[in-house]
Design a binder for this molecule. Structure first.
Ligand code: SF4
Ligand code: SF4
Length: 428
């Protein structure tokens, strides 16, 4: 029997969620965390890869632990939580990032993490304080109680773009839940405590030097709970554990913000399970392409989840038209080009984000540059493709090419790559 979504959530709040969470959990097999799929295992790749560091994997991230999960870790006396608990107690003793709602990363680290895409998965400086390199079998020392970002992140998705959309929706809903629970728990346990608001981006001297906040600031936030933070966090955990699901549903799932997030999540799960395709599909105009020999490596919905396609197939999907339904496109390709595309292949191309709904943002061509140099370059490229394919342009065709804008020339270059006559290139 497949585990439920609920079974994969931290035990502190798993009981709160509605019946949707009893449906089978989504299992990601392409992200193999035990033998990290983003690390170099010496396998050949069609394009140069920027591998993750095997000493960090994707844990170059400092989580924001909500108060009730902090309490869950501190209350968990099982042997496998001993290391995580020890690390957390050390952080709380240092008072850095320790507030009534969270145990958070130092603000200096937050600044570093605003522009760290080139270092993600690689920089040891960013390694999570709960990552236990001495325990390869369980490198996350707080796994059972990990927070939402850690729980919903994958580098690759078995269901492709549908899977990615599901995890994004789950993350958005659970982040809302996490925020609501942390705030309400703190208010219920100790209405007098104050969560600090860090509105200005500048760091204090203490933050720059990795020192605790000023005694007066810390006392203003924590009031009589200074020195009793562990007790406070454990009480927040207890409060969440004892929260009745009906009260949670009223305050979270039926709230103005929570209701739509839950509906979106259920919708994305259904789309992933049902594999329904949009009525019409066109090639994604915004994906990154790397042309390597007879392959095109495309990156569409996620920077670490690329797919290699045969060049011919890549050209064929460029012939899909937004003004035709999927069936009409397939019929036209069969009739005019003698090309038949199997339903499984169409589904794969949609999951890979190569084919997209023409009504979503990815189908629209990015802004094109119509400056004279750009136009000249595209006309020359079109001329070269026409010549290579033995397609002669008459005077009327030449006039149209001379008057075309950059986007049209780009389209014609793609059509010319597979056309057998000049009218197939220039006609709609
Ligand atoms: S999710 Fe992280 S640990 Fe798992 S395979 Fe991907 S990069 Fe590696
Ligand atoms: S909490 Fe665990 S999963 Fe999350 S970044 Fe740290 S080590 Fe990785």
């Amino acid at each position: 029997m497949v585990d439920s979504i609920r079974s994969s959530l931290p035990p502190a709040y798993a009981h709160l969620f509605n019946a949707f969470f009893d449906r089978p959990k989504v299992v990601e097999t392409r992200a193999n965390c035990d033998n990290c799929s983003m690390c170099d295992h010496g396998e050949a790749s069609p394009v140069a890869m920027e591998f993750f560091n095997s000493d960090t994997k994707c844990c170059t991230f400092w989580p924001t632990l909500p108060n009730y999960l902090v309490g869950a870790i501190l209350s968990d006396t099982s042997p496998e939580m001993a290391e995580g608990r020890r690390r957390l107690e050390q952080i709380i003793a240092k008072r850095v990032g320790v507030t009534p709602w969270h145990v958070d990363r130092p603000r200096k680290m937050s600044l570093l993490m605003t522009g760290y895409s080139a270092s993600f998965g690689r920089a040891k400086k960013l390694l999570c304080p709960f990552y236990d390199a001495s325990n390869p079998a369980g490198s996350c020392s707080i796994w059972r109680h990990r927070e939402v970002i850690c729980m919903t992140y994958y580098c690759k998705y078995t269901g492709g773009s549908r899977g990615h959309a599901y995890w994004i929706a789950l993350k958005s809903y659970l982040l809302y839940v996490q925020r609501s629970l942390a705030q309400t728990a703190a208010r219920e346990i100790a209405p007098e405590v104050i969560e600090p608001k860090f509105t200005n981006k500048g760091l204090t001297l203490e933050e720059m030097e990795d020192l605790p906040p000023k005694e007066s600031d810390y006392a203003a936030w924590w009031k009589s709970w200074v020195g009793r933070e562990v007790e406070f966090y454990k009480k927040c955990h207890e409060w969440v554990v004892n929260l009745p699901p009906a009260q949670f549903a009223k305050n979270v799932d039926h709230s103005k913000e929570g209701g739509p997030l839950l509906a979106e999540l259920i919708g994305k799960y259904d789309l992933l399970e049902s594999k329904i395709l949009p009525k019409s599909l066109v090639r994604n105009a915004r994906m990154k392409e790397a042309h390597v020999g007879d392959k095109v490596v495309v990156t569409s919905y996620h920077p670490y989840d690329s797919f290699a396609l045969d060049k011919d197939l890549f050209e064929v999907v460029g012939l899909f038209r937004a003004d035709q339904t999927l069936d009409e496109n397939l019929e036209r390709l069969k009739r005019d080009e003698g090309i038949e595309l199997a339903p499984e292949l169409i589904d794969y191309l949609f999951a890979a984000g190569v084919l997209v709904d023409p009504n979503d943002g990815n189908a629209k061509q990015p802004a094109v540059n119509n400056n004279p140099g750009e136009l000249k370059g595209r006309r020359a490229a079109l001329g070269a493709v026409l010549e290579a394919r033995g397609l002669a342009a008459d005077d009327a065709a030449k006039a149209r090419i001379a008057a075309a804008d950059a986007a049209t020339l780009e389209l014609w270059i793609k059509k010319a790559a597979v056309a057998r006559a000049i009218h197939e290139v220039l006609d709609d």
